[in-house]
Design a protein around this ligand. Structure first.
Ligand code: A5P
Length: 226
């Protein structure tokens, strides 16, 4: 059921894509549905180039035949379609439970428009209700950043995957900061980024132009107020 909703949101985002566009490809299961859908459109003649936000998405895009580019060859991306772990009522996001937050943020900030695709389980009134804040750190700084975040409150856990320390596509570690409800996402995003050794965090404040939400009643498009 959830998977059907994720797919429905992702398929709706295909309406945003036109021939000639440079498209940012997000990471995660919902973004995966979008990539597969885009692959089918490419096979039927749609002409796009895409910038993936992870090795996982790059492999999937190659598999389904989407021509790839990068931020050196294509400085500006027309539209990026990505998933999220939490979407607040003001359309701020927590991302990065899939571990691709740094490339996702770089691609999002290089995009004219960012469209987020989610099932309704990702909606919260305020960020931090359910998800921790992923914080990607240079491995040498994992302890010092963890100490600083702990001083600010909550609980910090070094991310593990398959009983090993998780290493991102960039060769870094990820701290999951169980912060609790976030009152000022934009401010906290800046504060985390200000800690030496932090590469970036999974708070994406003021990034999404539109969020496509799928639930049992259908598809709902939420727009960021101008
Ligand atoms: C990847 O790093 C994340 O930002 C994903 O976008 C997020 O975890 C959403 O994943 P799902 O679409 O699999 O729920």
């Amino acid at each position: 059921m959830t998977e059907d909703l994720k797919r429905a949101a992702a398929m709706t985002a295909l309406e945003e894509i036109r021939s000639g566009m440079i498209v940012g490809l997000g990471t995660g299961s919902t973004a995966g549905h979008f990539i597969r859908g885009l692959g089918l459109k490419v096979q039927s003649g749609l002409e796009v180039h895409a910038v993936p936000t992870s090795e996982e998405s790059r492999l999937l895009a190659e598999l389904v035949g989407i021509p790839l580019t990068n931020l050196t060859a294509s400085r500006h991306i027309d539209v990026t379609v990505d998933g999220a772990d939490e979407v607040s009522s003001s359309l701020d996001l927590i991302k990065g439970l899939g571990g691709a937050l740094v490339r996702e943020k770089i691609v999002a900030h290089s995009s004219k428009r960012v469209v987020i695709v989610v099932d309704e389980s990702k909606l919260v009134d305020r960020l931090g209700r359910k998800a921790p804040i992923p914080v990607e750190v240079v491995p040498f700084a994992a302890d010092s950043v963890s100490t600083q975040l702990n001083r600010w409150g909550g609980e910090v856990r070094l991310r593990q995957k398959d009983n090993k320390i998780f290493i991102s596509d960039n060769g870094n570690m990820v701290l999951d900061w169980y912060h609790g409800v976030i009152d000022y996402p934009q401010l906290l995003e800046k504060q985390i980024k200000g800690i030496t050794g932090v590469v970036d965090s999974g708070i994406f404040a003021h990034v999404a132009a539109m969020v496509i939400v799928a639930n049992a009643t259908g598809i709902h498009k939420l727009h960021r107020p101008a």
